[in-house]
Design a protein around this ligand. Structure first.
Ligand code: FAD
Length: 411
């Protein structure tokens, strides 16, 4: 039976796990990453989602030296239009009003993941991959955490970082108390070809069946994410492309002219998952393993990337000061630093879904008034944008631009 020791073991090489592994590049630590899927074949499985990267996530990738390559497959979001179907109320955000060149960027989730995994594989000499590999047991000893893999390999670590997604095995096996909410909605994702160019505008339209996001991709192509209330999803998901296209357009309207084709369809049932704590002695949960949020505000991965930036900062400080990386005080610091952002983002996304789910007249009037108030108040708009871009609160170094501590870059 093989037996290997590591300073850090990461479980899950998805978007958050592979970003975290790469971000540890400069630290003199011996790291392992366990991934249950064969990442070569995973490319074939194909995640067709497009995701919006916030400005803070862009900044992390920039500071890690990865942005130059990613920019070749990223579309900037320069304006955002939020509206409610059939109502006049809307609000509009323009990046120039905020003195920035883009609010964020749209990328294909699969393409970003493959790029991050490849960079971590090729550039990191201190990273050992166990892939494809599954965890059999996790056992805490006085000094270490011991993991038995499905081929009977035993690996031990001082610090276990779980980035194994919403159904985290680490979270379950170590008995973290967890809250779950089934939204009774399914996200239909697809790409649409449109008559007019999107002009780098992202749309969020609240329809009676659920929120519909339309994100800019290539010229005259946008990605849609329509979170459809149950039981309506059944009939809609069964439609042919020819039937679906005019239906989605009827909910969106004519802003991008006539919609010409729809492709790359996939469906994702939606839920929120929240671990009551994201730390235990020698263990940290990050990304979807700690908090899975509704995609309505495009915050899930972005929130996970902010977890990454903070944990890397605290681990770097510990290494530089020759302190133990598994000191529980360090983990408590991490939780304290991250909890406000995590709770706020979970609350914000959940409230958005619930408020726009209501058909009760006074709530409908309030939400229309809210959209108009946002449109008419530049100060609230600016604060709202700063929060959505992941640039509010205390920022770790990986989220800061060089020479500018508030994370902003002027146009
Ligand atoms: C429709 C939709 C649209 C979205 N749009 C956006 C958006 O615009 N912006 C945004 O920021 N977020 C968005 N999100 C959320 C975002 O996709 C997730 O938050 C993000 O992918 C979470 O990354 P993760 O690495 O934490 O988890 P995951 O992506 O779930 O990765 C977990 C990894 O762990 C591996 N794994 C699982 N179990 C084990 C195990 N036992 N052992 C080893 N490995 C294991 C998995 O194979 C996987 O590789 C969207 C989500 C949906 C559903």
């Amino acid at each position: 039976m093989k037996h290997q020791k590591f300073d850090i073991i990461i479980v899950g090489a998805g978007l958050v796990g592979s970003s975290f592994a790469y971000a540890l590049k400069k630290l003199p630590l011996n790291i392992a990453i366990i991934e249950s899927q064969d990442i070569i074949k995973q490319a074939v499985i194909n995640d067709k989602r497009s995701i919006a990267l916030s400005r803070a996530s862009y900044q992390v990738l920039q500071n890690l030296g990865l942005w130059q390559a990613i920019s070749h497959f990223a579309t900037p979001i320069k304006s955002i239009h939020v509206s409610e179907q059939g109502k006049f109320a809307f609000t509009h955000f323009n990046c120039q009003d905020m003195a920035i060149d883009a609010f964020g960027y749209v990328v294909l989730s699969q393409q970003l993941k493959q790029y991050l995994q490849t960079q971590a594989q090729t550039e990191l000499n201190n990273l050992t991959w166990f892939c494809p590999s599954k965890i059999q047991t996790i056992h805490k000893t006085v000094d270490d955490i011991e993991i038995t893999l499905d081929n009977n390999t035993i690996i031990t670590t001082k610090l276990l970082v779980a980035t194994d997604g919403s159904r985290s095995i680490v979270r379950q096996q170590l008995n973290f108390a967890t809250k779950r909410k089934d939204y009774q909605q399914t996200a239909l994702v697809a790409n649409v070809h449109t008559e007019y160019s999107h002009k780098n505008t992202a749309y969020e339209r609240f329809t009676e069946l659920g929120p519909l996001a339309v994100l800019p991709l290539l010229a005259n192509q946008s990605a849609i994410i329509w979170s459809i209330k149950h039981p309506h999803q059944k009939d809609i998901l069964d439609l042919s492309d020819e039937e679906l296209l005019p239906l989605v357009q009827s909910y969106f309207g004519k802003r991008l002219g006539q919609w010409l084709a729809i492709e790359q369809r996939q469906a994702y049932p939606l839920q929120a998952v929240s671990s009551q704590s994201c730390i235990a002695p020698k263990v940290v949960l990050m990304g979807n393993a700690a908090h899975t949020v509704h995609p309505v505000a495009g915050q899930g991965f972005n929130l996970g990337m902010r977890d990454v930036a903070v944990l890397v900062e605290l681990l770097t400080q510990a290494v530089n000061h020759k302190q133990a990386i598994d000191d529980f005080a360090l983990l408590k610091n991490y939780q304290q630093w991250r909890s406000q952002d995590q709770l706020q983002t979970q609350w914000f996304t959940d409230s958005l879904v619930e408020i726009f789910n209501q058909s009760f007249l006074p709530i409908k009037c309030l939400r229309r008034a809210g959209l108009m108030a946002l449109e008419l108040s530049p100060l609230i708009k600016q604060q709202f944008c700063q929060y959505s871009m992941g640039l509010s609160g205390r920022l770790p170094s990986l989220i800061q631009t060089q020479g500018d501590s508030n994370g902003y870059q002027t146009v």
